[in-house]
Design a protein around this ligand. Structure first.
Ligand code: UTP
Length: 276
């Protein structure tokens, strides 16, 4: 069972300045719901009971979002607006939230290592909430948890990207597994390669299942591209032992860490509520 989901959300969100100067990127809303809540809902659907957040001193609003607010509760009590916070209140009542602060922004790998005290010695999920995923059937993380239950190793979600965009993402290479066209045993991973150096056009997105040995591996990793501790470097160590799978998930993914993806997600969810 994957019981805990880690949310590394300490980053500055500089691509969204000035909006992210005083407001956490993860609190930017797609319609009326902040990105972080979409991520939490996906983790709950996948069976996670604890949301472990790696934050920073600038991200207090995330903690506040998942806590009660008696002034608002009192002011909308008995009105139709109670409906607007019903889903959120159900989350607050049933799910544990734990928080730890990353001291300096040393990259995603370092943020994941910072979360170790919140996770312990068990496999866990990771969601980067600025990658917003949607599927009509099972959510992306739920699909991955089902795979984990069968294969018991680290899993990364991947999607095809245009070859000229490989320098924005972690790119994998490997061999298709078990006669499936959606599951690959990873043999190579490169962080943000130039198109001519990219081993494929299969990009890692912000959904992972990691086995806990990843923490010791990250501890030994030297800073990579951009002076940051890269999770791809740590995963590559596991991949060398044949312990990383890449999964072409079913569903859509919106890159809400940049304006185009954010607008696309807004339009998609707006059309969806008009249809439903
Ligand atoms: P990104 O690079 O996409 O996010 O990191 P960012 O740094 O917030 O945004 P830009 O590039 O400045 O616009 C991917 C994820 O890793 C987290 C981020 O919060 C985001 O969820 N992260 C990154 C950390 O928690 N700590 C870090 O040191 C770096």
């Amino acid at each position: 069972m994957i019981k805990r989901c880690l949310f590394p959300v300490a980053g500055y969100g500089t691509r969204f300045l000035p909006a992210t100067k005083a407001v956490a990127k993860e609190m930017l809303p797609i319609l009326t719901k902040p990105l972080i809540q979409y991520g939490v809902e996906e983790a709950i659907e996948a069976g996670c009971k604890t949301m472990a957040m790696v934050t920073s001193k600038h991200k207090k609003a995330i903690e506040d979002h998942f806590d009660t607010h008696s002034d608002i509760e009192n002011s909308i009590k008995g009105t139709s607006k109670e409906e607007l916070v019903k889903d959120l209140n159900r989350i607050i009542d049933n799910i544990d939230f734990t928080f730890i602060r990353q001291k300096s922004m040393r990259g995603l790998g370092d943020a994941i290592l910072t979360g170790k005290p919140l996770i312990g010695d068990e496999p866990f999920a990771v969601i980067l909430p600025d990658d917003l995923c949607f599927n009509d059937g099972d959510g992306v993380l739920k699909q991955m948890v089902e795979l984990y239950n069968r294969y018991r190793c680290s899993i990364v979600a991947i999607m095809e990207v245009p070859k000229e965009m490989t320098n924005r993402y972690g790119i994998i290479d490997g061999k298709y597994l078990d006669n499936r066209d959606d599951l690959i045993k990873v043999t190579n991973m490169v962080e943000k390669p130039d198109p001519q150096d990219a081993p494929s056009n299969l990009s890692i997105i912000g959904r992972y299942i990691l086995t806990p040995d990843i923490f010791d591996i990250i501890s030994d990793i030297k800073p990579g591209i951009g002076g940051e501790i890269q999770i791809t470097d740590a995963l590559m160590q596991q991949a060398k032992e044949g312990k990383v799978l890449a999964y072409k998930f079913k569903g859509k993914r919106f890159d809400c860490g940049q304006v185009d993806g954010f607008v696309e997600a807004t339009n998609f969810f707006y059309e969806k509520i008009r249809r439903d």
